[in-house]
Design a protein around this ligand. Structure first.
Ligand SMILES: *[C@@H]1O[C@H](CO)[C@@H](O)[C@H](O)[C@H]1NC(C)=O
Ligand SMILES: *[C@@H]1O[C@H](CO)[C@@H](O)[C@H](O)[C@H]1NC(C)=O
Length: 508
């Protein structure tokens, strides 16, 4: 199956090359003679490669439509706001190595705000696509190159304006590039990931790892300088890669799924607790901190869905009566603890929200919550009321399930954190100095950007092991207790960043 796909892509590439599908104005597609396999052993190697790994052979500047320099000074060009450029004649990667930052450094005297994020470089083809911050900078850069002012390791860089019909965001770039090499299917990014800050060696290792862990539906593997795009045939394989990264990924790599949100699906048949999967999020050890997935990879304890009175009887008679309810089907987004906990207040002896901190545990990334009642009677009373009037969350109906396994109520934050981590991804936090290693963040408004802002600050200070979001509270487990001190030092040192007003407190 996989082979058939590779062959098809190879044919597509061959067709693009042969027919000169994309030819710049005034240039003829150069015959790529000699770029295909030279001998039989090379053919064998090629068979296992995807078109992304062969892209360097087909990508040459003459195939890319560039704009005539005269056009760049016309008012029309400046108005159209497409500051994309092709940089060619980069150094030969076999002779010297360079980084995206080296390229940025060359551009800085002529442009401000040029970012590594918006550079896609193909070292083997010695070219790079960049997005300049403004059109006004494009003629300046082209001129500087004509005057041979831009050099990298002794090579005079060449610069041309190009006009791809998209913003140079990762998905737009990927679709454009694939079209350029003859595959014009437009992807929505659901099955594509982009990994940034990854070295060539690491991306080769990752290619091997994919095979080792049995992720076989790689449709395309496109390594660039410090980046790699991976496209899969199966959505489940993207989810599996995310799960692998969540557990074993190198925190230096930044893994992004190019589609962040998934529409809620129709209810599945059968007794599955996740009637409306939509997307869940896995935690990562570095930016962007959360990976959207459609597969619930977290631990689902034994459960019995509450649909009618007989379910309560069934559970009561089973002997495994643990006064715990799991709520699933929580809507997208983050919620406030107070809003959710209020729904349960009347089922607890102390009618006080603060005392329920360890009893109402809302896991927004997993779209579920656990409620640990004080006794079975109250647990059943809640189930009873759900049967007569389903629990609503905003305008969403929530599904409720008896948990048929003991989940011990916590008496401390470390215990609660440990229990929730076991239920999240099965990893048990190391008990050593856990109390000293935990940070607690309280949010006023808990949007994803606020969480990201906090975690960005944390990782810049010290590494963390994992984090747990519980509605507008978040726990961060630092790798060691000195990390906690470093975070507080960092907090003192930096001026408050964007979204910081939404952070109420950070405590250890
Ligand atoms: C075929 O190509 C491979 C890789 O380029 C090379 O190592 C090998 O020596 C070549 N074999 C022959 C018979 O030319
Ligand atoms: C990028 O990777 C290098 C190692 O390859 C690492 O030292 C650096 O911290 C990483 N940068 C980020 C922002 O993670």
């Amino acid at each position: 199956m996989a082979f058939v796909i590779f062959r098809r892509l190879r044919r597509l590439i061959a067709a693009a090359v042969g027919e000169g599908a994309v030819v710049g104005p005034g240039t003829k597609a150069k015959k790529q003679s000699g770029s295909r396999a030279e001998n039989a052993s090379e053919v064998c190697q090629d068979e296992s490669l995807t078109c992304g790994e062969l892209v360097d052979k087909y990508l040459c500047p003459s195939r890319i439509r560039t704009l005539l320099p005269e056009l760049l000074f016309k008012a029309l060009f400046l108005k159209r706001n497409v500051p994309h450029m092709l940089i060619s004649n980069l150094p030969d990667y076999r002779e010297c190595s360079y980084t995206l930052n080296d390229i940025v450094q060359q551009l800085i005297p002529y442009t401000v705000g040029c970012s590594e994020r918006l550079i896609y470089a193909f070292p083997q083809s010695r070219l790079a696509f960049i997005c300049a911050p403004s059109c006004k900078l494009v003629p300046k850069l082209v001129e500087a190159c004509q005057k041979k002012e831009l050099k990298l390791h002794g090579c005079d860089l060449a610069c041309n304006a190009i006009e791809p019909p998209f913003l140079m965001r990762p998905l737009g770039f990927y679709n454009w590039l694939m079209k350029l090499i003859g595959d014009s299917v437009v992807r929505d990014g659901e099955k594509i990931v982009l990994i940034k800050n990854i070295s060539r060696t690491d991306s080769q290792k990752l290619r091997e790892t994919l095979k080792e862990v049995g992720i076989h539906s790689v449709r395309n593997f496109l390594p660039l300088l410090e980046k790699v795009f991976i496209e899969f045939d199966l959505q489940a394989d993207v989810d599996r890669l995310g799960a692998w990264y969540s557990q074993n990924g190198n925190p230096c790599h930044e893994i992004h799924r190019l589609k962040k949100f998934f529409p809620k699906m129709l209810p599945q048949s059968g007794n599955k607790p996740q009637e409306e999967p939509g997307s869940f999020f896995l935690t990562l050890k570095s930016h962007p901190f959360m990976f959207p997935t459609t597969t619930p990879t977290f631990v689902i304890p034994d459960y019995l869905t509450v649909r009618g009175q007989d379910d309560i009887e069934k559970a009561s008679g089973s002997g495994s009566m643990f006064p715990t309810i799991m709520l699933t089907g929580l809507p997208d987004g983050f919620y406030k603890y107070e809003e959710v906990a209020r729904l349960f207040l009347s089922y607890f002896p102390q009618q006080d929200l603060d005392s329920l901190y360890y009893n109402v545990l809302i896991l927004p990334l997993q779209k579920r919550a656990f409620v640990l009642f004080a006794d079975w009677t109250m647990c059943c009373k809640f189930a009873q009321s759900h049967i007569s009037k389903p629990v609503m969350f905003g305008c969403h109906t929530i599904n409720i399930h008896f948990v048929l396994e003991p989940i011990l109520p916590a008496s401390s934050e470390e215990m609660m954190y440990t229990t929730m981590m076991k239920l999240s991804d099965g990893r048990v936090p190391k008990p050593e100095f856990l109390q000293e290693r935990l940070l607690r963040v309280q949010f006023r408004d808990c949007q994803r950007v606020v969480i990201t802002a906090v975690l960005d600050l944390i990782v810049s200070a010290a590494p963390y092991v994992n984090f747990l979001t519980l509605a507008n509270r978040m726990y961060i487990e630092m790798a060691d207790s000195s990390g906690v001190t470093k975070v507080f030092e960092e907090l003192q040192a930096i001026p408050p960043v964007a979204h910081w007003d939404q952070v109420q407190s950070i405590e250890s």
